[in-house]
Design a protein around this ligand. Structure first.
Ligand SMILES: [Zn+2]
Length: 89
């Protein structure tokens, strides 16, 4: 039992370190609200997840709701999972 516990601890530590590494390497995509102009950094993996899940029109980048005004936020520059680079005009 004691052996198993120690293993779990090590595994926990490895997991923690991996998580930290991931955080450090995390890339962000800068989003801008087209209504109020506020800018926000969204982790790229989150954007990509939305991009993959959003099976709709691929000519439109993944969008988020603005926390300030409820408007639409679009990426200023983002290369999507479909190979399309979106740019906010
Ligand atoms: Zn806004």
């Amino acid at each position: 039992m004691a052996k198993k516990k120690r293993k779990d601890k090590i595994r926990e530590r490895i997991k923690k370190r991996r998580r930290q590494e991931r955080e450090e390497k995390r890339e962000y995509v800068r989003y801008k609200c087209i209504e109020c102009g506020i800018e926000e950094e969204v982790p790229k993996d989150v954007v990509e997840m939305f991009d993959i899940l959003d099976s709709g029109d691929i000519s439109v980048p993944p969008r988020f709701d603005c926390v300030e005004c409820g408007g639409v936020m679009e990426p200023i520059k983002y290369k999507g999972v479909h190979g399309i680079t979106y740019r906010l005009e």
